[in-house]
Design a protein. Structure first.
Length: 143
């Protein structure tokens, strides 16, 4: 996924882009949709433009019990256009239909764009810090 090859995408998360082999191994590991012990459900989507189907990012949800952790990545060239908000909102709405009670995201305290996305989908920062990231939490939207 060339869109994810940008080192700038790792500014707040650390690390570096995966090699082709690493990416293929990661994809193979999440295709089953659950952790090896089946305690976690892994849901992953590619974010594509409606007009031409061009891949611009990815969004995921990891579900453990009634708690879902959301994550989103939009390629640098497409950031600032609302795509992360739209993708995260769609995933939250879809996952909420599966009985999830709590949503969370872990966001670097200086990653203001991701904080804005989290806020836009109804998450709020907590005092909890995990691996240097602020945990944001929220409830599913009500009908």
């Amino acid at each position: 996924m060339a869109v994810l090859d940008d080192p700038a995408l790792h500014t707040f998360t650390g690390g570096s882009p995966m090699s082709r082999d690493e990416l293929e191994a990661w994809i193979a590991s999440v295709v089953p949709g659950h952790s090896p012990d089946r305690n976690e459900r892994w849901l992953n989507w590619v974010v594509r433009l409606r007009d031409d189907g061009h891949m611009i990012g990815a969004v995921q949800a990891t579900i453990v019990g009634d708690d879902a952790t959301l994550a989103w990545t939009i390629g640098s060239a497409w950031q600032g256009r609302g795509y992360a908000k739209e993708a995260a909102s769609a995933v939250l709405a879809w996952v909420a239909t599966s009985g999830v009670v709590w949503f969370r995201a872990a966001i670097h305290p200086e990653h203001h764009a991701s904080a804005a996305v989290a806020r836009s989908i109804g998450l709020a920062p907590t005092g909890e810090i995990v691996d240097g990231e602020v945990v944001w939490r929220g409830l599913p939207p009500t009908a």
